[in-house]
Design a protein around this ligand. Sequence first.
Ligand code: GLU
Length: 267
Amino acid sequence: MITRFAPSPTGPLHLGHAYSAMVAHDMAVEKNGTFLLRIEDIDQTRARPKWEDQICDDLTWLGLRWPAPVMRQSDRISVYQKYIKTIWNKHLIYPCSCRRKDILAATSAPQESAPLIGPDGVIYPGTCRGRTAQTDPIPTAAALRLDMTKACALAGVSSELAHTAGDIVISRRDMGTSYHLSVVVDDAAQDVTDVVRGKDLEDATPVHILLQILLGLPTPKYHHHKLIRDENGKRLAKRDDARALSKYRAEGATPNDIRRLVGLPEV
Ligand code: GLU
């Protein structure tokens, strides 16, 4: 068994991250498998080396161990580009120049109900769909989106994803990849057998399975664990500094205190 924890180094780890990492770690250890750490830093405008250092420090303090070298997504853009090209060659991708505000304006006509939300936020209304002229090289000044209806048809899966996820972004403008594409490519590259992550990413899983089919990659087992919430029932976010692991550490908590706080057995 190979599991992984794949944080984005855009802020401190909080109790929710600690829980996710420990569940993935414990699962691998129990099966004499391997637990991996992967740094998901494709958003270089938000990723910071200091957060990466702190993540490693916090996880080590929790008692987690992983093999070196650690995979860092920012080192792998050229690999992602090859996979994007594979999908591009199947005529399933189109460039999209819509800004966030264009998408919101197009989806919030007053007579309509609230815009539908998918794994990428508001479901893309399809404004640029049809711009499928195959250029070479692939455009980089625009985002690239997957034509979901066509992709589902080619993969032989239900077209429901066209409504529940819509035309998700395969490559963000000036980034050369996207969360969905990178995570699928890397889970396969690292032979991850069991993806352990929170229920907040449950909607993304059918999208990832579709990408695996399109790219000829294996589908791992997916486990979606509970989310750690604050006393008001709100899911913890990166900016919840009050729940940052470093804060508990500074206050003298032990790793077993953290385990107890999130409902895991002590070790
Ligand atoms: N990098 C993602 C995050 O920070 C997690 C990716 C995953 O587990 O699939 O939320």
